[in-house]
Design a protein around this ligand. Structure first.
Ligand code: HEM
Length: 494
């Protein structure tokens, strides 16, 4: 018995000594990194009390410390915030020494650890190659019909809201949910008519909780988090979200079992949606749980981001009438005066000015303001050594607002993306869709979707700003409008 005890005590002591030296090296190296003065023990906690204003706060430090700064939201949390294009290039493109940050572990209860969004290594590669064919340009071309059909429904709904102050974000969010369900999943959920706002609300609740946890010195620990009311809220949200995605999967499986989609896919090679691809491999190379997690990740990644991007673009058009007029005239040149004429895939390629507008909206208000990474080996950069294991926040929002990269960064100016100006933008300084191997798989899909929805609005309505309303975004993993996105729509006269 006593031998067992001695062995146990020795093991614990050895473990603690090992941990001490391991942490000591790490902590000693952290002390050499640029960092604002911190309070004893609680460090920078006072700066991280709320999510609102956090981008501006970190952006201020990044300007002061030339694009790299170590922040401690609590005694046990270290994040190295980065808004330097060269360092971001390394973080986005190094496949050996850089992985997604442990911050993404907070997603695992919701999206699992093996979904496309969260997986690493070989498993991620398998997912990525499975999903890539679903974004082939021929598939995208076929999705244009669905984008148009859902958009027409969206316009019908907006017709009932003319001449009123409305929260356009509410409507565009449901529209984006219908689009991702009908295209990637091949299942119609009719969110716009049946208002499945419970699902939308729960996605937002999950993201809020994850964002709060990632900057909270207490809630970051599972055992403390479980004692909080946010844990109960997360449980409830997960129940709703899982129920929703599982019903989407089962509806699709039934359709496949009845031979519907399979015949369409094999004989006509049409509409091979993402979910078809997963279900074709069900039980072969992918488990039921992986399918559920992947669908969950895809629904969230594919609807919440485009919804806020479209909402912000519409807000910027409402508040910049000259840009709105030019975008409208371009659409008139391409599609003429018949509001009911639908845009083809080819028409979308012609919408060059609208694309410049959307790109500039994504610069000012990137839907995903942070991409998080972790380095697995020490890395030397600009005279500093970043220790292995360091968690890094790629500050997309902040680099987009640095004078060094974008002169007059707070001004909305689509001309930055004109063919002659765009080539002057430094690589890895504009990252709305991330970059490198973990970049956004849906970026072309998103651009086509946004062009169709925004152009439909512009062709049917004039967008007006609301006196006294200013959009405020809160970084809840994906940017969220604090008080909605208020605009007024007036019937467009030709
Ligand atoms: C304006 C719209 C969108 C924006 C701004 C956006 C942004 C991003 C960003 C920044 C990442 C990298 C995240 C990271 O590394 O932490 C990402 C990844 C991803 N996005 Fe998007 N996204 C958009 C639309 C979409 C759409 C429409 C889909 C699906 C149809 C989608 C699916 C994904 C997936 C699956 C990943 C993970 C890819 C991987 O890890 O291999 N996104 N997105």
């Amino acid at each position: 018995m006593s031998t067992v005890l001695v062995l146990l005590v020795t093991t614990i002591v050895a473990y603690l000594v090992h941990r001490y030296f391991k942490n000591k090296r790490f902590n000693d190296m952290l002390k050499k990194l640029p960092s604002p003065p911190a309070a004893p023990i609680v460090k920078h906690v006072k700066h991280f009390r709320k999510l609102e204003g956090m981008m501006e706060m970190i952006g201020g430090f990044l300007d002061e410390y030339d694009g790299m700064v170590l922040l401690h939201p609590g005694p046990n949390i270290n994040y190295f915030a980065v808004a330097d294009h060269k360092l971001l290039e390394y973080l986005c493109t190094n496949t050996k020494n850089v992985i997604k940050s442990p911050r993404y572990k907070l997603f695992e209860r919701w999206l699992g650890e093996n979904g496309l969004f969260t997986a690493e290594g070989e498993l991620w590669k398998k997912h990525r190659s499975l999903v890539t064919p679903a974004f082939h340009f021929q598939i995208l071309e076929q999705f244009v019909d669905t984008f148009n059909a859902v958009s027409a429904e969206f316009i019908d709904i907006l017709q009932t809201q003319v001449n009123k102050e409305i929260d356009i974000y509410h409507y565009v969010n449901l529209c984006a949910l219908d689009i991702i369900s009908e295209t990637a999943m091949g299942v119609s959920v009719n969110a716009q008519r049946d208002s499945v706002s419970k699902y939308v609300h729960c996605v937002q609740e999950m993201l809020r909780i994850i964002a709060v946890r990632s900057f909270s010195p207490l809630k970051v620990h599972d055992w403390i988090f479980r004692l909080t009311s946010d844990y109960q809220k997360e449980e409830e949200a997960m129940r709703v979200l899982k129920g929703y995605t599982n019903s989407v999967i089962e509806r699709k499986q039934k359709a496949l079992d009845n031979g519907e989609s399979r015949i369409v896919n094999q004989e006509k090679r049409r509409r091979l949606a993402y979910l078809d691809l997963l279900l074709e491999n069900r039980g072969v190379s992918i488990t039921d749980e992986d399918i559920s997690n992947s669908v969950e990740g895809f629904m969230f990644a594919g609807h919440d981001t485009t919804a806020i991007a479209m909402g912000c673009t519409l807000y910027l058009l409402a508040t910049h009438p000259d840009v709105q007029q030019r975008a409208f005239e371009e659409l008139r040149d391409i599609l003429g005066d018949d509001k009911n004429k639908v845009a083809t895939y080819k028409d979308l390629q012609e919408m060059k000015y609208l694309e410049m507008v959307i790109k500039e909206a994504l610069r000012l208000f990137p839907p995903a303001p942070i991409i998080s990474k972790q380095i697995l080996e020490d890395y030397e950069f600009n005279g500093y050594v970043l220790p292995k294991g360091l968690s890094i926040l790629g500050m997309v929002h902040c680099i987009h607002r640095r004078e060094k990269y974008f002169p007059n960064p707070n001004t909305f100016d689509p001309e930055r993306f004109s063919p002659e100006n765009q080539s002057k933008i430094l690589p890895f300084s504009y990252l709305p869709f991330g970059a490198g191997h973990r970049n956004c798989v849906g970026q072309k899909f998103a651009m086509h979707e946004m062009k169709i929805v925004v152009s439909s609005v512009l062709r049917n309505f004039e967008l007006l700003p609301i006196d006294g309303f200013k959009m405020v975004l809160v970084p809840q993993i994906v940017h969220k409008p604090k008080n909605g996105i208020k605009v007024k729509l007036v019937e467009r006269k030709y």
